[in-house]
Design a protein around this ligand. Structure first.
Ligand code: ZN
Length: 149
C-alpha cells in the first residue's frame, strides 16, 4: 500500500537534510529575518524583486526540520513567480496548514502539501509558516529595500 503520510514525511526529511536555495543571496533586494520564539527557529530570507517578479529567493539560518523544509519548499515554489501569484500561494498555503477543512490539492500546491500535515500539530504551525510570514512582509512592502550604496 502506498502511504501518503510516508511520502510527505520523506519530502520533509529530504528538504531538511539538503535544503534548496540555502545560503546568502548577495544580489538580494530585500533581506528579513524571521524568528519563532516558541521553537527557536531563526531563518533569514533573501529576495531579489525585479518589477513585480521574484527573480531569485534564498534563505539561511537554523531551525527545526519543519521550518527548514517549509522554507526550502517555499523558495522552490516561488522562484520566478510574480508577486501577485506568490501572494495567492501564500494564502492557499496558510489556509492549508490552519484549516482542517481546507482541501490538500496536490495539483495546485505541489510538494507544499507535504507540510500540510502540521495542521494536526498546532504548535508546529508557527514553524511551518515562519518563512511565509517573512516573505509576506516583504511582498506587502513592510520591509525597506536593501541599500546598495
Ligand atoms: Zn520549529
Amino acid at each position: 500500500m502506498y502511504d501518503l503520510k510516508d511520502l510527505y514525511q520523506e519530502v520533509i526529511v529530504d528538504h531538511n537534510r539538503s535544503p534548496r536555495n540555502f545560503g546568502k543571496l548577495e544580489e538580494a533586494s530585500h533581506v528579513l529575518e524571521g524568528y519563532n520564539p516558541l521553537c527557536g527557529d531563526r531563518l533569514k530570507l533573501y529576495v531579489k524583486l525585479k518589477d513585480d517578479k521574484i527573480e531569485n529567493i534564498a534563505f539561511d539560518g537554523s531551525g527545526c526540520a519543519i521550518s527548514v523544509a517549509s522554507a526550502s519548499l517555499m523558495t522552490e515554489a516561488l522562484k520566478g513567480k510574480k508577486m501577485s501569484e506568490a501572494e495567492g500561494i501564500f494564502q492557499s498555503f496558510h489556509e492549508m496548514v490552519t484549516s482542517n477543512s481546507a482541501v490538500m490539492d496536490y495539483d495546485k500546491m505541489g510538494k507544499l502539501v507535504a507540510i500540510a500535515g502540521v495542521r494536526d500539530y498546532p504548535t508546529r504551525v508557527k514553524c511551518a509558516t515562519l518563512c511565509w510570514h517573512t516573505l509576506h512582509s516583504i511582498i506587502k512592502g513592510e520591509v525597506a529595500p536593501v541599500s546598495t550604496e
